[in-house]
Design a protein around this ligand. Sequence first.
Ligand SMILES: C[S@@+](CC[C@H](N)C(=O)[O-])C[C@H]1O[C@@H](n2cnc3c(N)ncnc32)[C@H](O)[C@@H]1O
Length: 245
Amino acid sequence: MRSFGTPVADVLGEQIAATLSDPATTHGLARALRATARELELHRHHLAGRRSRPDGRIGQRPARVQIGGGGHRIGGFFNIDAVPPADLLWDVREGLPLHDDSVGLLFSEHFLEHIDYPRSAKRYAAEAHRVLAPGGRIITGVPDAAFALGGYYGPLDPVEETMRRWYGRRDCRPHINTRLDLVNLVFRDQDDDPHYTPHLWAYDHEKLVQLFTEAGFGAVEPWDFDEALANPKRRWGSVYVTATK
Ligand SMILES: C[S@@+](CC[C@H](N)C(=O)[O-])C[C@H]1O[C@@H](n2cnc3c(N)ncnc32)[C@H](O)[C@@H]1O
């Protein structure tokens, strides 16, 4: 039996698995239970990482940290993610397990939109400000909601190009074929991803600037896409900013 970290979570996990395997379970309940099962999995990973760090801080002081990199690891960076593979499995909604004023560069792309706003997104920005050394930078990339919304009244060609690039190899592609479907995906993508939460909030340049300015960052500027750090497949339709402490 897989342990979810606490006796209550273990019982819940077993009950969810049993209910999901019951053919009488309705579609709506199954959706809700799959989302809960996903959170239980993140909870299990997080508690396992937390158990050996009761003060919520790792022993190392990495100078460069990537958050939510998934399979896109960057050489020389310490990778923190909620699910494998990563150097540390940690649910960033619970804060960053890093020491104050210790990090030179924090990088994330296509991660921020997967955590809830305002609670977790603002906490992430505040935590980034806490852990960065003076002069340290946080680079953040997200799907550009302005890009998808801008396409709504325009010609279909660029929208189709976006759908082909973003969703061409995914099961959802046959269902994503109008301008509004693309707008919906900015807000709801990966609703059924078994590993982590779907898109929960949409961002554009203005929203990113506001988020990091409110967290105390002095300068928040556009970041020029650089494949030495960024995942090449994120070049299309994304917006990045760099904020300096
Ligand atoms: C869409 S993937 C992006 C992966 C990679 N950055 C890229 O651009 O290809 C989102 C990543 O954010 C991570 N993530 C989502 N919620 C998280 C959380 N609460 N704490 C830590 N990582 C999280 C996921 O596990 C996943 O690896």
